[in-house]
Design a protein around this ligand. Structure first.
Ligand code: GLU
Length: 284
């Protein structure tokens, strides 16, 4: 399949320099390979997404000189596809319901005998509070669901492995085979309360549906990649190549956040910056 990549922002705030870098890099790499650059709107969390931010995304990206096929895919319109993937994992006996809140998990892992709580790609590693001894039977309940990580890994014929063509935060590159996903990742949430699906599930289902061959994104998502590849293997989906890029930081070395208005693309535009000067700022 020809090179296909995507930029997948969530419309929860104005795009900043870090987003500009990610979108321009993906667009340039697709262009250089004679491939396709897609835009996807990651608006699963409708309580945090705003249509004015989405409009601003289109406007900022067009201003940067980017082009993409329309209409774009919106995750809020993809709930049946996510549900089908969850049903499949449920029928394989790999999911279990769990309504523990973040506070419940914090309380459970902070018990004095537990030692320092371990963190994974999603924050505190789930301590297994609701994990059943045997896979639950019957129809999939309309509840938050977690992946039974040990059971999922036991289902695989081959280890989780992916190819990194960029660099992870510790300089990782080439063929990556994560160790000990049970202990370092834990039972990740795949259906979140009120959202239908979690980021990990939706991104995997959509990358496959859109024929994404190259995932180009920031190093902040490097650790999540092992979860994505595991889900691809369980759901028999193709594993794309991954290219994680450096993060754009502020002068204090902190990663830019959506609330960092000073570095919003809109602020540079208002100051009279051109797309070329923004590219130059980013070293592109
Ligand atoms: N929507 C995600 C974000 O805003 C990016 C998803 C991805 O590239 O995998 O960080």
């Amino acid at each position: 399949m020809s090179f296909t990549t995507r930029f997948a922002p969530s419309p929860t705030g104005p795009l900043h320099l870090g987003h500009a870098y990610s979108a321009l890099l993906a667009h340039d790499m697709a262009h250089a390979a004679g491939g396709r650059f897609l835009l996807r709107i990651d608006d699963l969390d409708t309580s945090r997404c705003r249509s004015e931010y989405e409009a601003q995304i289109f406007d900022d990206l067009a201003w940067l000189g980017l082009d993409w096929p329309r209409p774009v895919l919106r995750q809020s319109e993809r709930l049946p596809a996510y549900r089908a993937a969850l049903e499949r994992l449920w029928d394989m006996g790999l999911l279990f319901p769990c309504s523990c809140s973040r506070a419940d998990i914090r309380a459970a892992v902070s018990a004095p005998q537990e030692g320092a709580p371990a963190h994974g790609p999603d924050g505190l590693i789930y301590p297994g509070t609701c994990r059943p001894k045997a896979p639950p039977s019957g129809a999939m309940p309309d509840m938050p669901l977690r992946l039974d990580m040990a059971r999922a890994l036991a289902r695989l014929d081959a280890p989780v492995t992916f190819t990194e063509t960029g660099t992870g935060p510790a300089g990782e590159t080439g063929r990556i085979t994560p160790e000990d996903m049970t202990g370092r990742v834990g039972d990740v949430a795949l259906a979140r309360p009120g959202l239908g699906a979690s980021y990990h599930l939706s991104v995997v289902v959509d990358d496959a549906a859109q024929g994404i061959t190259h995932v180009i994104r920031g190093q902040d998502l490097f650790e999540a990649t092992q979860i994505h590849v595991l889900l691809q293997q369980l759901l028999e989906l193709p594993v794309p190549l991954y290219h994680h890029h450096r993060l754009i930081r502020d002068s204090a070395g902190k990663r830019l956040a959506k609330r960092d208005d000073a570095r919003a693309i809109a602020t540079y535009r208002a100051q009279g910056d051109s797309p070329q000067s923004l590219r130059a700022r980013l070293g592109l």
